[in-house]
Ligand binder design. Structure first.
Ligand code: GTP
Length: 205
């Protein structure tokens, strides 16, 4: 069975957990416990093949044993780099992350380079307070050979699922045999994820 490892990266509060939880549970919850990094696991069937999906959700705050960004990049097969369209500083951070991925992935085959980094402008529902134009995201994606999405974890369930499904599909075709840096701890089962979302959320919506 194939293992697919995806890292959802980006600045603080851009909606990384919201996107992951939306994809895994269909739900959008206003606030998430985010004091620790974690890996969510899910079994998927894509094109008739069974896959073990691991989704890495980093913790933006300093926490013990936290993977460095470089470690995160080495660990993953594919990257979803998220910014918040209503926060320019998050776009600058996303740009830096994309550039670092490109620097560290110089040896990756061109086909993989094109398909395995997605740039995602989240919180499209906040377009009335937009600070990053859609064209800027598109330009960065084109310059950096990423696929571009602008969507809202809060309002666009179908788009979120499509985006993750496309990435899983691309990563499953990548057939990567690269050395993986496995994390023995810090993983969460679906039960724990649901507990995290519903039992420990910081505040309700
Ligand atoms: N309006 C709106 N708010 C969103 C959306 N996605 C996430 N949020 C909100 O943005 C805030 C941060 O969301 P998180 O999912 O915790 O973001 P994160 O990137 O995981 O945060 P850290 O782990 O702390 O870096 C929360 O208040 C979410 O409710 C969205 O699509 N639209």
């Amino acid at each position: 069975m194939n293992d697919i490892k995806l890292a959802v990266l980006g600045g603080e509060g851009v909606g990384k957990s919201a996107l992951i939880v939306r994809f895994l549970t269909r739900r959008f919850i206003g606030e998430y416990a985010s004091s620790s990094e974690c890996i969510y696991r899910k079994r998927l069937s894509i094109d008739g093949r069974q896959l073990n999906l691991e989704l890495y959700d980093p913790c933006s705050q300093a926490c013990e044993g936290k993977l460095t960004l470089t470690d995160q990049i080495h660990w993953a097969d594919g990257f979803i780099v998220v910014y918040d369209i209503s926060d320019r500083s998050s776009f600058i951070k996303a740009k830096a992350v994309v550039h670092l991925i490109r620097e560290l992935n110089l040896g990756v085959a061109k086909r993989d380079a094109d398909t395995l980094v997605f740039l995602v402008g989240n919180k499209q529902d906040l377009c009335h307070v937009r600070e990053v134009r859609r064209e800027e995201g598109q330009r960065l994606a084109a310059e950096s050979q990423c696929q571009f999405y602008e969507l809202s974890a809060a309002e666009h369930y179908q788009e979120v699922v499509l985006m993750f499904s496309k990435m899983v599909h691309n990563a499953s075709l990548g057939g990567k045999a690269k050395e993986r840096r496995r994390r023995p701890s810090g993983s969460k089962s679906m039960a724990k994820l649901i507990n995290n979302v519903f039992g420990k959320r910081r505040k309700s919506v």
